[in-house]
Design a protein around this ligand. Structure first.
Ligand code: NAP
Length: 283
């Protein structure tokens, strides 16, 4: 029996048990995936007890991602780039850490918008929080196109850009209030802010001047169709919603613990979509 789980405080909202539970069943693996509520002051002890607790590893969510990165014996390039880990696993007695958001985002583009990287135009990223770090890192690796970055707090955009591109050769920062000016030359527009989430205002931007081959992605997944995506779709642009990233970011975790590369199937997507809708109806 291989055990894994998601550690957070709180952890009730996590969809990870649904995703990993589906894969355990589909692959007929004798394993379990639990929600593991752990207070910040207990997190280091929890990581130290993974082996004795019989865990192959765990996912890590708010507020433990930076601590997971610091406590691990070995960290992946992705975790180092982001400065935070959402995956821990044990290997030869060592605690390994990675960050799977980069993989999750790039795979979501590859799956839903194949050829997204073939056209011209910049990768225009809105937001400079934790998720944006993983995404900008991924885009700089996967694409040779310039990245344009706009964030409400310009200093955070500068900090993010300086992390990956200290000479300013690949990432251009523009002011938040000038974001509209970057649309016309974008081959990819990505919302990484929380704008557009249920209970939040929409992201104010008009994507209709974008190139016809521009792909518009939103990593917000509740609602699935944010006002940004609805607008992009009605303009005829290809869109990628945040549920794809959520599903793909789980793939490397499952593989690390259970040694099987799981598939993101339409059935899995429907399962999580229905759960998101049920959550909304409960509220
Ligand atoms: P975060 O670190 O807190 O960053 C939040 C970002 O949103 C910052 O850039 C912030 O700008 C911006 N923002 C917040 N309110 C704003 C407003 N009123 N106007 C303009 N900008 C605003 O959060 P995160 O972890 O990066 O997550 C961001 C979103 O992505 C959340 O909705 C989260 O659920 C989603 N997400 C999805 C996935 C997925 O798998 N699909 C993965 C991770 C995150 P400032 O810097 O100016 O505050």
């Amino acid at each position: 029996m291989i055990k894994a789980g998601v550690v957070g405080w709180p952890v009730d909202h996590s969809r990870s048990p649904l995703i990993h539970g589906y894969w355990l069943e589909q692959n007929a693996i004798a394993g379990s995936y639990e929600k593991l509520p752990v207070r910040p002051e207990d997190f280091a002890a929890f990581v130290g007890s993974l082996h004795d607790g019989g865990y192959a590893g765990c996912n890590v969510t708010i507020p433990h991602k930076e601590a997971a990165f610091s406590l691990a014996d070995d960290v992946s390039e992705e975790a180092r780039a982001v400065g935070a880990a959402n995956l821990l696993w044990l290997e030869n007695g060592r605690v390994k850490a990675s960050n799977t958001d980069t993989f999750g985002f790039i795979e979501s583009l590859n799956r839903v918008a194949p050829g997204w990287n073939d056209g011209a135009g910049s990768c225009f990223v809105l937001g400079a929080g934790g998720a944006a770090r993983a995404i900008v890192f991924g885009l700089l690796q996967a694409s040779t196109r310039p990245v344009v970055l706009a964030n409400r707090t310009r200093e955070k955009a500068q900090e993010l850009a300086g992390r990956f591109d200290p000479k300013g050769a690949r990432v251009e920062i523009i002011d938040w209030h000038q974001r509209q000016s970057a649309v016309a030359n974008a081959g990819l527009v990505v919302n990484t802010t929380s704008l557009g989430m249920h209970g939040q205002p929409a992201l104010e931007i008009d994507v209709s001047p974008a190139r016809p081959d521009c792909v518009v992605a939103d990593i917000v997944y509740s609602p699935l169709e944010t006002p940004l995506l609805a607008q992009a779709r009605s303009t005829g642009l290809r869109v990628v919603d945040g549920l794809w990233m959520l599903l793909y970011q789980a793939v490397p975790s499952f593989e690390a613990w259970f040694d099987v590369r799981p598939a993101v199937t339409p059935q899995l997507r429907k399962l999580v979509e229905d759960d998101l809708i049920a959550d909304r109806e409960r509220e």
